[in-house]
Design a protein around this ligand. Structure first.
Ligand code: BGC
Length: 376
């Protein structure tokens, strides 16, 4: 063979080796699929198990929910660190969005009304005088179409024009992938009419293990200098208030229980923490929003996001009536949520970052739950 021929053959061989190693690197996580039961109308519901050898996460097509996340503590002992149910039936009862993808609009819209392009839209009222988490039948209560992708699962849902009062046929896709320490959630969406949307994941974390007690001894850090104070019905007043000198200042790590019962109007209104923090990072830049640490197990959770806000909610409305996986009782403040999002009620606050999506635009957001441990 000529010198040129050898070079060409060599280059082809290198190309194939690189492609092969990229392919094996890509599909590192084992993904399996099984039935999770049937909806009352007979629609089949599936559950996907993602296992990367360190972490195992289970995701169901019902509400595109995270059902469980098994993660090791500092000694390698695994525990499920999110609240959930053993079977579909648990999720079909009255439950507070465990692990769900919340939409079309996460959190509250004041009095269930907003105006877009001069038209006023009315949504179902399901939380005092307001609409919460997309209405009576939000994205958490529908069956998404699931398909395996490298390292994870892709879930798609078409929300029809007028569904729960929102305009436009909106196709949303959520991709969960698990690689190493990271459970990545990638959201995309398109619409055929101007609409508003705010998608988030509503996982309830307890890094000591689900059902193992309250989360008051967890240490929390939130990279936000401001938050959006709320009125008595938990609707933002429009103010972007500094956290400085308030129980909302988590710019340095604080034990959650330290100030959760502080004599503070905002704490009283939410019965603990249930507020939107305005993240310090530049708009759209994937950055660390919050870091939680549980001292006994050593487990940590870092939340990275492209979103401008995060709702830190301390499970104030859990009351011990729900029994979850392995019959564990879910008591008040038995978990916390870090719901990365746009600010609540943005459609009624032109000064907040916009939640509008127009035909031809691509909605794209990324959130990563990064699991780790810390030495004593
Ligand atoms: C809200 C809480 C609500 C909880 C469960 C959170 O996102 O901010 O007020 O109780 O979801 O519904």
């Amino acid at each position: 063979m000529s010198a040129k021929g050898i070079r060409v053959t060599g280059a082809i061989a290198v190309f194939f080796m690189l492609t092969l190693s990229a392919m094996t690197m890509e599909a590192k996580t084992k993904v399996t699929e099984a039935s999770f039961g049937k909806m009352p109308d007979g629609t089949p519901v599936d559950i996907y198990t993602l296992n990367d050898g360190k972490i195992e996460a289970r995701i169901t097509t019902y509400g595109a929910r995270i059902v469980s996340i098994d993660a090791p503590d500092r000694n390698g002992k695994k525990a499920d660190i999110v609240l959930g149910f053993d079977s579909l039936e648990g999720y079909l009862g009255n439950e507070p969005y465990f692990g769900a993808i919340v939409g079309r609009y996460g959190n509250r819209i004041a009095k269930g009304k907003f105006t877009l392009d001069g038209k006023t839209y009315s949504l179902p009222i399901n939380d005092g005088p307001n609409t919460l988490h997309g209405g009576r039948k939000g994205f958490d209560k529908v069956v998404w179409k699931g398909k395996q992708i490298p390292n994870g699962v892709e879930l798609t849902y078409l929300s029809k024009d007028g569904e729960q009062g929102f305009p436009g046929n909106l196709t949303s896709t959520v991709r969960y992938t698990l690689v190493g320490d990271d459970l990545k959630i990638e959201y995309s969406a398109t619409t055929d009419k101007d609409t508003v949307l705010n998608l988030t994941n509503h996982s309830y974390f307890n890094l000591a293990g689900q059902g193992s007690g309250d989360i008051l001894q967890h240490v929390m850090q939130i990279n936000a200098s401001h938050f959006t104070p709320v009125d008595a019905t938990l609707i933002p007043t429009g103010e972007i208030a500094p956290v400085e000198g308030t129980p909302f200042d988590f710019r340095t790590p604080h034990v959650i229980g330290e100030r959760i019962n502080a004599d503070n109007q905002q704490i009283h209104r939410a019965h603990g923490y249930d507020d939107n923090w305005v993240l310090d990072h530049p708009a759209g830049k994937l950055s660390v929003a919050a870091i939680a640490y549980e001292p006994n197990s050593g487990r940590t959770l870092e939340v990275l996001t492209t979103q401008p806000g995060v709702q830190f909610y301390t499970g104030n409305f859990l009351d011990g009536t729900l029994k979850g996986i392995d019959g564990k009782v879910y008591n008040r403040r038995g978990a916390f949520c870090l719901e990365t999002q746009h600010y609540p009620d943005s459609p009624n606050h032109p000064s907040f970052p916009t939640t509008e999506l127009k035909p031809g635009q691509q909605y794209h957001q990324v959130t990563i739950f990064r699991f780790g441990t810390r030495a004593k």
